[in-house]
Design a protein around this ligand. Structure first.
Ligand code: SAM
Length: 388
């Protein structure tokens, strides 16, 4: 059956890592996150685990990386290095039956084109309509640009054939599973949750000699048997570049799911930046990271009305009639519900409204909780107030 195949996929992966000089703790197991055999898998504790205990060490040789990185020659971030890892991932997935590794097989088993930048044209069109926009305009709800830059690089820098579906799938998997420029088996089995984050990198991949140490994963607290082990894809212990600006829309765009609370939403068009947290009683609390303005809240109230119209217009249609896939349809409405809820909490908040944020320049991005312009790397998107 399918679920037996699934077990074979992950048990082969573990055996391969162990047999290649790596370590995978026998206190963890990989399984689907619910009873649906097509659901994503995650990592679960099968015994109690101590704080700081090593869960896995993945040897350097098993990590998929660009030829430059393999040779210890790495130049700046946006280079052949990025598409190089796509090329190598593709090789791993398309190796012959004799040569394919358990990791290549695992990657091959993943759902096709599940993140929005890789949906069908019809699916992408409708998603862009949900955000209120035309492609490449940022006066819409986030995510404001769903095109994936990796595909562009793969074509322009690596001369890749972007009409080949397998190449495109390799690019999507690199986007959805890589740790920067590395595709790391076992490490990439951990799901994301910023509220339950309980593992971390043992070594910083940028400053440690990974060739010697391998890639290590350790717990950040004591874990009870049965708990799921969670990574954070934007707030991990080496995630500094992503920490401030990479929120729920960006997680959705890169990884294809809506994260649980806490969520962070950046509404450029309204200059509103919030953190939403769930309290113990289940109530969702809005923390404004910049002071909200009347103008901003008005913009978001209009967006809520527009979203009502969108739902009235489309929710009774069938995805097939619209030319999109069921996966896309479900994922789109999941995002719709999340952004609708976020906008509702924000517009219903009783926070005092002040205009400070509109006195800032186009690079209105500010450091958390202040109206001081942020460091350069916090300025993620330029938005022109004039467009409003
Ligand atoms: C690095 S992989 C994690 C392992 C993956 N779930 C698997 O089955 O192999 C990242 C992908 O896992 C899924 N994922 C991660 N965290 C999730 C979460 N909290 N809820 C739902 N899906 C999640 C998404 O499909 C994402 O693109």
């Amino acid at each position: 059956s399918n679920s037996e195949d699934a077990d074979t996929l992950t048990s082969n992966l573990i055996q391969w890592v162990r047999g290649s000089g790596g370590f995978v703790s026998d206190k963890i197991a990989f399984r689907h996150i619910n009873d649906d055999p097509t659901a994503p898998r995650g990592v679960f504790a099968v015994q109690d685990i101590d704080d700081g205990e090593t869960l896995a060490i993945i040897p350097w040789d098993l990590i998929i990386k660009s030829p430059e990185r393999a040779a210890g020659k790495v130049h700046d971030r946006w280079s052949h290095d990025d598409c190089g890892v796509i090329e190598e991932t593709l090789k791993a997935m398309t190796a012959s039956e004799d040569d394919i590794t358990p990791y290549g097989k695992y990657l091959l088993s993943q759902p096709l084109n599940y993140t929005v930048g890789f949906w069908t044209e019809a699916g992408q069109d409708l998603f862009v309509r949900l955000t209120g926009g035309i492609l490449y305009e940022n006066n819409t709800l986030p995510p404001t640009d769903i095109d994936d830059q990796l595909i562009w690089e793969f074509e322009k820098v690596c001369d890749g054939d972007v009409t080949d579906p397998m190449n495109v799938q390799a690019a999507m998997l690199v986007r959805a599973r890589s740790d920067y420029e590395y595709m790391v088996p076992i490490y990439d089995m951990f799901n994301h949750d910023n509220g339950k984050y309980n593992i971390q990198h043992k070594f910083n991949p940028y400053t440690s000699p990974l060739e010697e140490t391998g890639y290590g994963v350790i717990t950040t607290r004591k874990i009870n048997a049965g708990e799921e082990l969670y990574n954070s894809y934007n707030r991990c212990n080496i995630c500094d570049g992503y920490f401030d600006w990479f929120g729920t829309p960006e997680v959705f765009q890169h990884y294809g799911f809506v994260e649980n609370y806490p969520q962070r939403w950046l509404f450029d068009l309204a200059r509103v930046k919030v953190e939403l947290t769930a309290q113990d009683d289940g109530q969702v609390k809005v923390k404004f990271l910049v002071p909200p303005s009347k103008r901003g809240i008005d913009v978001l109230s209009k967006e809520l009305l527009r979203l009502n119209d969108f739902a009235n217009k489309y929710q009774h249609k069938s995805y097939a009639e619209l030319g999109m896939r069921g996966l896309e349809w479900n994922s789109m409405w999941e995002y719709y519900d999340a952004i609708y809820a976020a906008l509702t909490y924000i517009t219903e908040s009783t926070e005092p409204l002040v205009d400070d944020v509109w006195a800032l320049g186009d690079d209105w991005w500010v450091q958390e909780g202040t109206t001081k312009e942020g460091e350069d790397d916090h300025t993620v998107r330029k938005t022109s107030g004039d467009e409003l």
